[in-house]
Design a protein around this ligand. Structure first.
Ligand code: DUC
Ligand code: ZN
Ligand code: ZN
Length: 535
């Protein structure tokens, strides 16, 4: 009987705390031994992977991925068909070094069935319909504050499904919660130790600015960013921090995109509040200039770059955000992969086409449109950008982009890279140390990079990627490394550009409680915060 199924030798192992030159022994899908070297006896019968001096890290944990999601059509950017299902989305993740994804089961207000358990059951059936290449878990998006449902079902989300996080919105007509509703849901979440993720943009400000832009005929995709200047996120983060403090609830801000919001988070953390933050590649690699990249600035093709919050006005925010990665303000770095196709009537054009009745006069094109036809359509109609689905793909490029722009440039250390992309998301979402770790006993989810000296930098084209989206916002961007091997529970699922994994291999993960976002040890003066709620 061989001692190991697989061993990784000659690697530079990186954890969230250390860099070392150890070898890894893997048996039955688990890491069983770390050793300076293995003897011939140890190696007998094992597959030997020679890392040739490259970094070896725990597989990426992407805590923010949208697959097969119900998206509510409506103004202000929700709508469209999610381009990736669990097959294509997990394939893309794995080819970019990610071994765990957490996706969103979404409640909608229009459904008569108010049950969150029903939402999750139906969503699981979508995952089962195709299967996944890699392990996956769910967050739940809650858009109503039905007391009876929250009280009865939140404990069961935890015990039956291992869902220990929920996302709440402060924007989008069809999703947003008022302050009182937010308090209601956060209160139940806190009682059940469910981590509250918050999309912090001020919906009223966005709608007001959008009206003003429309009055001035500024409706092209480019103006999406004008409807969401950094103050929109700044106000919402401050408000959410105040409300969370009031009821002593830990919160995580998702997709922070501005230095202004980051500073609010930092200030709260300095006061000792359990406030955490996520940021994403688009806020480091795109700016408002990218929203007018294609043809002329008014062209619909710029919708390829629309996401919410939008990228910052210029690269100066990114400089500050890099500091936030380095100094711990940001807890996790996720993709917010929210995929829509461009040349598809159910993709980016969907909102514009579906809201045709509000856009006087013109006959609707039958199906796919080329960029020029869409430019033309949008320029002749009103209300364009507000109907374009918000979101861009990025699950496959998340790790190699951060490697290229932050690790290799020395902006963050290798350990910080692992902390942000793997260990912290695993801790935050109750998966550690099974995921996010190279310790004996952990799942053998591993990325092995190319040795830097032998990797030939290349410029990205969409055909290299494995998602089901017909573009990448990072087309033409230089990459100076890419995962060479991805291992999921000991199986090599991606090797030198080839897929070797099998769809259906990925397992649903029942998650435990957060090891980061806890309210423990933070008792405060009951005259200043409503701590008495929990007596
Ligand atoms: N929020 C997300 O998390 N993803 C895409 C769109 C959005 O508003
Ligand atoms: Zn969001
Ligand atoms: Zn998202």
């Amino acid at each position: 009987m061989p001692k190991f199924d697989t061993v990784v030798i000659n690697g530079v192992l990186v954890s969230a705390s250390d860099v070392s030159s150890n070898c890894i022994g893997i048996k039955d899908g688990k890491i069983t031994v770390l050793a300076e070297r293995f003897s011939d006896d140890d190696l007998r019968g094992a597959e030997v992977i020679d890392a040739e001096g490259a970094y070896v890290m725990p597989g990426g944990v992407d805590g923010h991925v949208h697959l097969c999601q119900d998206l509510q059509t409506g103004p202000h950017g929700l709508g469209g068909r999610c381009a990736d299902d669990f097959l294509t989305g997990s394939r893309s993740a794995m080819c970019g070094g990610t071994t765990t994804i957490i996706t969103f089961a979404t409640q909608t207000r229009s459904e008569p069935d108010r049950s969150l358990l029903g939402v999750v059951g139906r969503y699981k059936a979508r995952a089962d319909a195709t299967g996944s290449y890699i392990d996956y878990g769910f967050h739940v998006i809650i858009v109503r504050d039905d007391g009876d449902v929250l009280e009865e079902e939140m404990p069961r989300l935890v015990s039956e499904w291992g869902i220990t996080s929920c996302k709440l919105f402060l924007t989008y007509e069809t999703q947003r919660l008022s302050d009182k509703q937010l308090l209601n849901v956060m209160y139940e979440a806190r009682k059940n130790r469910i981590t509250t993720m918050i999309h912090a943009e001020n919906g009223d400000a966005i709608e007001w600015l959008t009206d003003k832009l429309e009055e001035r005929n500024k409706i092209a995709p480019y103006y999406h960013a004008w409807s969401r200047p950094p103050a929109v996120e700044g106000e919402a983060t401050n408000r959410a921090i105040a409300l969370a403090e009031l009821i002593q609830n830990p919160i995580l801000f998702v997709h922070i995109g501005s230095a202004l919001a980051m500073k609010n988070v930092r200030k709260a953390q300095t006061r000792g509040l359990p406030v955490y933050a996520e940021t994403c590649p688009q806020y480091f690699n795109l700016t408002w200039n990218d929203l007018k990249k294609f043809h002329d600035p008014s062209c619909f093709e710029n919708s390829k770059m629309i996401c919410s919050p939008p990228p910052p006005p210029d690269a100066s925010d990114a400089d500050e955000l890099y500091l936030g990665l380095h100094n711990g303000t940001f807890t996790i770095f996720s993709s917010d992969h929210c995929p829509f196709r461009y040349d598809d009537p159910h993709g980016k054009p969907t909102g514009v086409l579906e809201h045709a009745e509000s856009m006087t006069g013109e006959p609707e094109p039958e199906s796919c449109l080329d960029g020029h036809a869409l430019c033309d359509l949008v320029s002749r109609k009103t209300g364009a950008f507000k109907f374009i689905p918000n979101g861009i793909p990025g699950v496959e490029t998340r790790l190699p982009l951060l490697y290229t722009t932050a690790l290799q440039t020395g902006r963050i250390s290798p350990q910080k890279f692992v902390e942000l992309t793997s260990t912290n998301p695993a801790k935050l979402y109750g998966l550690y140390p099974r995921k996010g770790s190279l310790m004996p006993g952990a799942d053998a989810d591993i990325i092995i990079w190319h040795p830097d000296h032998s990797f030939v930098p290349f410029s990205l084209t969409n055909d290299r990627l494995h998602h089901n989206v017909d573009y990448t916002p990072y087309e033409g961007q230089q990459f100076t490394n890419w995962p060479r091997y991805t291992l999921s529970r000991g199986q090599v699922v991606y090797r030198n550009g080839q897929i070797t994994g099998k769809v259906g291999y990925g397992q649903y993960l029942k998650r435990g409680q957060s090891q980061l976002a806890t309210a423990q040890g933070r008792k405060q003066d009951p005259r200043r915060v409503a701590d008495w709620l929990y007596e």
